[in-house]
Design a protein around this ligand. Structure first.
Ligand code: GLN
Length: 190
């Protein structure tokens, strides 16, 4: 198993550290040749418009679209979830298209300025009974999911914050900013 982290922008180092802690040495993916060497990829949080622009610049859109969910398991956290989504609401004018591979509709910066960033325990039944620390930073919200998408976690309000479609997963929060490695372990089994 070769695990990559898309290393164009965002919290690459945090994902790398948590993977190393559980015994995985990740490959930093910046170019198509790096992508060709991995069979799992994490798209980190950061700024989805910046990452989207760099994906285009480095010719990564086409190979990612061809492989995502097939021979490439893929997980997007926060900005990464925006990049996976088939439909993005509130994209900036002239915003970069994302990968559009996962059947979810996502709204950027969905929680407004007061709730810009927040933290709360999440229930994610696939990880067991112990709640997960949910760290949200200018998070998007998953507004709807297609028929083959499984909801993995919701806020108490009902808002979807983690979803899975086969070998693709999106979380609107940041497990890499906590010491809980269960979501990373779950991804390594997709
Ligand atoms: N608000 C950012 C965006 O729209 C995502 C924030 C994050 O990844 N923490 O891309």
């Amino acid at each position: 198993m070769n695990v990559g982290i898309l290393a164009l922008q965002g919290d690459v180092r945090e994902h790398s550290e948590i993977l190393r802690r559980i015994g995985v040495r990740p490959v930093e993916v910046r170019l198509p040749k790096h992508l060709a060497a991995v069979d799992r990829l994490i798209i980190p949080g950061g700024e989805s418009t910046a990452i989207g622009r760099l994906l285009t610049l480095y010719d990564l859109i086409a190979p990612l679209r061809a492989r995502a969910g097939r021979d490439l398991a893929i997980w997007g956290t926060c900005a990464g979830a925006i990049l996976l989504a088939r439909t993005v609401l509130d994209m900036k004018q002239g915003g970069q298209p994302g990968l559009e591979v996962m059947d979810i509709t996502v709204r950027r910066n969905a929680y407004g300025s007061q709730l810009d960033s927040f933290e709360l325990p999440l229930n994610m039944p696939v990880l067991g009974d112990e709640p997960l620390p949910g760290v949200f930073i200018r998070a998007p919200q998953i507004e709807s999911v297609g028929p083959t998408v499984r909801v993995l976690a919701r806020l108490p309000s009902g808002a979807v914050v983690a979803a899975q479609q086969g070998r693709m997963m999106a979380t609107t929060f940041h497990p890499e900013l906590t010491s809980d490695d269960r979501v990373h372990r779950y991804f390594l089994e997709l």
